[in-house]
Design a binder for this molecule. Structure first.
Ligand SMILES: [Zn+2]
Ligand SMILES: [Zn+2]
Length: 143
């Protein structure tokens, strides 16, 4: 992955650039990611909020999922692309939806997380670890 890396929403109203390497990259299978994206899981880049520059105003959505591990999600007010997720418990952490990257091919997941919610028909990479709920960096949760 080349640093800085950046991306934008589908219409280009909201853009972002990250000045440092990700802290981690995960495929998140939680129900909130599934329902907000319409996909079985979301590739998430974990980074520090203060290392990301944004232009254009995104809109924060409240969560409609009762046990959402990412309590905030940011969308473009124009095209409704989902760009970011965040967790109230870790306000310094920003989760970037990797499909918003200019070059999503640089995404390299280190684990599948929230596999407790994974769909049985999803084929996962057997070479990377599986985390049943949340990894420690995102607030390990008691099962
Ligand atoms: Zn947009
Ligand atoms: Zn998730």
């Amino acid at each position: 992955m080349e640093i800085p890396f950046g991306g934008k929403c589908a219409c280009g109203t909201v853009t972002f650039q990250c000045a440092t390497y990700p802290l981690a990259m995960y495929n998140c299978h939680c129900r909130a990611c599934q329902q907000t994206s319409g996909a079985p899981y979301v590739p998430l880049i974990v980074t520090n909020l203060d290392k990301v520059e944004m232009s254009g105003n995104y809109r924060l959505l409240k969560s409609y999922v009762s046990d959402d591990p990412h309590s905030q999600r940011a969308v473009c007010p124009e095209c409704r692309s989902v760009l970011f997720a965040a967790n109230d418990t870790f306000p310094e952490i920003l989760l970037i939806h990797a499909m918003a990257l200019d070059d999503p091919s640089c995404f390299l997941p280190v684990a599948d997380i929230w596999t407790s919610d994974a769909q049985p028909w999803v084929a996962m990479d057997t070479h990377i670890p599986k985390v049943f709920k949340s990894p420690p960096i995102l607030g390990e949760q008691v099962i």
